[in-house]
Design a protein around this ligand. Structure first.
Ligand code: CTP
Length: 319
């Protein structure tokens, strides 16, 4: 079916760029939301005109061989070679092949999740996506523990696992992966040059130990395509965050999409402080103008889609 992209712009109503974050309109009250199946299907079809998440979620073995040169997406003048280890771990078929789920949860990492008691509700979804290997055990009451797909930006290896410098950090990292049994581990390995070594250390560990994860390395065209889709809808995003990438991809596999832990603001609607991440001490300066992300704009976009019933954004408590 050929769809006119201008029609999409009409369907996803214009997103006001300067709406204050914490007005009452941003409180997503549970009793008023109803799923808009028509809009959700329309968005799915339009995203498919830009990318096919089933295909673009990962490069496959048949597409590359060890030694092949790849240009980094954000450092176009820098290249890397496909290592033997990466080649060995490339999937032979899409890790999301033929997957369709009725209700999916995408769990962002905002501190808004703390004291939310949303864990059991999140775990009740048919498919749960998490970002950047965020810890779950100690926070399961608020964030749940089930994971079907988890992302890992290479920077996480440094930020959360001290670049695996000691045996203890390696063991912690392996333990995190062991708890994922059967999940997809999605590593954007070719985005920026700095992550090269970190990815290689991780792959070496995975190959040396028995870890039951299914690897996925997104294709380079994924990010271009995701940006292209949102630009066509007047959402001018410099570099989509992991959360927005996951939502865009999930439209392919999920009927109803529920987002938790998306709140890129230092205060909640009642004026209470909100941590940037629920699990660490990273600060909000991180989302300043120097950051490649445009999280508040993304949030307004997601809020607009919530109001129209295309997705459900949970920002309150779940009791
Ligand atoms: N997120 C949010 N509000 C926050 C923190 C995170 O809405 N205060 C959402 C964003 O969509 C983000 C996702 O949760 O992409 C996962 O959080 P994080 O691990 O911080 O992801 P990124 O910022 O995309 O990762 P990075 O900093 O490595 O680029």
């Amino acid at each position: 079916v050929q769809l006119d992209p201008t029609a999409v712009t009409g369907m996803i109503k214009h997103v006001a760029p300067h709406r204050p974050c914490c007005s009452n309109s941003s409180k997503h009250s549970s009793n008023r939301w109803t799923f808009n199946k028509t809009l959700s299907s329309f968005i799915r079809k339009n995203i498919l005109r830009f990318l096919d998440p089933e295909r673009d979620i990962s490069i496959l073995k048949g597409m590359l061989k060890p030694g092949d040169i790849i240009h980094y997406l954000f450092d176009r003048h820098s290249t890397t070679n496909i290592s033997e280890n990466l080649y060995r771990l490339l999937p032979t078929a899409s890790p999301m092949k033929n997957q369709h789920h009725r209700k999916c949860a995408i769990v962002g990492n905002s501190g808004i999740l703390l004291n939310s008691s949303c864990g059991p509700e999140i775990d009740s979804h048919d498919f749960v996506i998490r970002c950047n290997l965020a810890p779950v055990e100690e926070y399961s009451q608020d964030v749940g523990w089930r994971t079907n797909l988890v992302t890992m930006n290479p920077s996480v290896v440094q930020r959360a696992f001290q670049d695996l410098v000691t045996e203890e950090w390696k063991e912690r990292f392996l333990q995190r992966l062991r708890n994922l049994s059967g999940s997809v581990l999605w590593i954007p390995a070719f985005m920026a040059k700095r992550g090269e070594d970190r990815v290689e250390w991780v792959l070496r560990l995975i190959l040396l130990h028995t870890v039951d994860v299914r690897m996925a390395f997104p294709s380079l065209r994924l990010l271009h395509a995701v940006r292209g889709y949102w630009l066509t809808n007047n959402v001018h995003i410099k570099r989509p965050t992991t959360g927005l990438l996951m939502y865009t991809m999930a439209t392919r596999f999920c009927e109803e999409i529920h987002l938790y832990g998306f709140w890129p603001f230092p205060l909640d609607p009642k004026g209470k402080t909100v941590k940037y991440h629920y699990y660490d001490t990273l600060k909000y300066e991180y989302t300043s103008s120097s950051s490649p992300h445009t999280m508040p704009l993304e949030f307004r976009t997601l809020s607009s889609l919530h109001r129209q019933g295309a997705l459900r954004l949970h920002t309150g408590t779940c009791d």
